[in-house]
Design a protein around this ligand. Structure first.
Ligand code: PMP
Length: 432
């Protein structure tokens, strides 16, 4: 496949933008080759600058649950833009989106909007520290909570992809307040609480980790997290930036029946515009400035265009049958892919919940970072490029989740499964 224009666009970008990209994983370091520059998207399809089309399973890394350029979302943004782009005052749209958030996610009694998932998690942790009067936080190896200093310890996503889990530039003191545990390990959890429980402000967790591939919690594990944090007076923060409004209207907490103290949101919440949010129990949220002493602010927080996009998106998602359709499409995709991997005798472990999925190229169950890292990343890179050549855009790393939108059709699923079949057939004819 000729990607001339993408290649020259990347050389131009490298001269002016650090590393040629504004977020590291976009640079294709984990799969090799030059990143594909996109110029348009419609429904399930992305179009690159060389005019190739791809069925998109990245969806801007999760936000586009309705697909690219959904007419209702575009119209809402256009209407809002016509009335003014930013006011720096409260607007009614913020309360409108806030009411939707609280209706979708009942554990959220009060919410605050920010402009990214990173801001949401940073602010939630500050609030948890202030509320408990404690400093330490617990996170899980391979979970990613944005690029706040205290989170870049054994982090997933781009940090993992680039093999630099601990970034330089983070003061030792900050890193020391982050305790890292393996996900899905109840023993390690109990041990750290027995040792440090009185000093732990919060446990922050992606209830379905989606930044080391896509991993599911063992039965009872999230309940154990809830119980141990409650027992020690630590807060439980569910980072649902990825899973919120995605795996169910109320996120993973709805599916699992767990009530966290605080929740962080992003991605789908903004329908593709820069929006994040954090929220939870009223009594905790009341500590935030201006009601309380915990400072948090943002020039563009609650931006009218972003609110309009979020409102239009969530209104469509109020129809629960949307989630049934998403689940069916995603399940069909998984069934089709599994048959192909089995047919070609490829060791694989597949995970799926709602419209999120992942194929790990390993024969062992993947339950944490350690088992995820046993995946064959060389095979993944080849598979990725084979699929790209056949018009399927997958995440450019083994350690990312895949996403399906309401715009994906059964024909898209069939094309994807057929592309996987041809890709693996061609890979194995060259390997042997
Ligand atoms: N938390 C989770 C679970 C995420 O997946 C991400 C982004 N992938 C973030 C936080 C950070 O969000 P943002 O990139 O919008 O800062």
């Amino acid at each position: 496949m000729r990607l001339e224009r993408s290649i020259s666009a990347f050389s131009r970008a490298r001269r002016i933008i650090a590393g040629g990209v504004n977020s590291p994983v976009r640079a294709f370091k984990a799969v090799g080759g030059s990143p594909v520059f996109m110029k348009a998207g419609s429904g399930s399809i992305l179009r690159d600058v060389d005019d190739h089309e791809y069925i998109d399973y990245v969806l801007s890394w999760g936000p586009l649950i309705l697909g690219h350029a959904h007419p209702s979302v575009i119209k809402a943004i256009q209407n809002a833009a016509g009335r003014g782009i930013s006011f720096g005052t409260p607007t009614e749209a913020e309360s409108q989106l806030g009411e939707l958030v609280c209706a979708f996610v009942p554990s959220i009694e009060r919410v605050r909007f920010v402009s990214s998932g990173t801001e949401a998690t940073m602010s939630a942790v500050r609030l948890a520290r202030a509320y408990t009067g404690r400093d330490k936080i617990v996170k899980f190896a391979g979970c990613y909570h944005g690029h706040g200093d205290g989170f870049l310890v054994a982090a997933g996503s781009g940090a993992l992809t680039n093999g630099v889990p601990d970034s330089p530039g983070i003061p030792l003191g900050v890193a020391n307040d982050t305790l890292v545990l393996p996900f899905n390990d109840e023993g390690a959890l109990r041990e750290v609480f027995a040792r440090e429980g009185e000093r732990i402000a919060a446990v922050i967790v992606e209830p379905y980790p989606g930044n080391m591939g896509f991993i599911l919690p063992r039965e009872g594990y999230l309940r154990e997290l809830r119980e141990v944090t409650a027992r020690f007076g630590s807060l439980l923060i569910f980072d649902e930036v990825m899973t919120g409004f995605r795996v169910a209207p109320g996120g993973a907490q709805e599916r699992e029946g767990i009530v966290p103290d605080l929740t962080t949101l992003g991605k789908v919440l903004g329908g593709g515009m820069p929006v994040g949010a954090f929220g939870g129990r009223w009594e905790i949220m009341s500590k935030l400035s201006p009601d309380g002493p915990v400072y948090q602010a943002g020039t563009l927080s609650g931006n009218p265009l972003a609110m309009a996009s979020g409102i239009a998106t969530l209104r469509i998602l109020q129809d629960r049958s949307v989630y049934e359709r998403l689940e069916t499409t995603t399940r069909n995709l998984c069934v089709g892919l599994r048959e192909v991997f089995e047919h070609h005798s490829i060791p694989h472990f597949m995970t799926q919940r709602g419209s999120m999925l992942c194929t790990f190229f390993t024969s062992e169950p993947v339950v944490d970072l350690q088992t995820a890292l046993r995946s064959d990343v060389t095979l993944y890179a080849r598979y990725f490029h084979g699929m790209l050549d056949r018009g399927v855009y997958l995440a450019p790393s083994q350690f990312e989740a895949g996403f399906v939108s309401t715009a994906h059709t059964q024909a898209d699923v069939e094309h994807t499964v057929a592309a996987a079949d041809v890709t693996l057939a061609s890979l194995f004819s060259t390997v042997r």
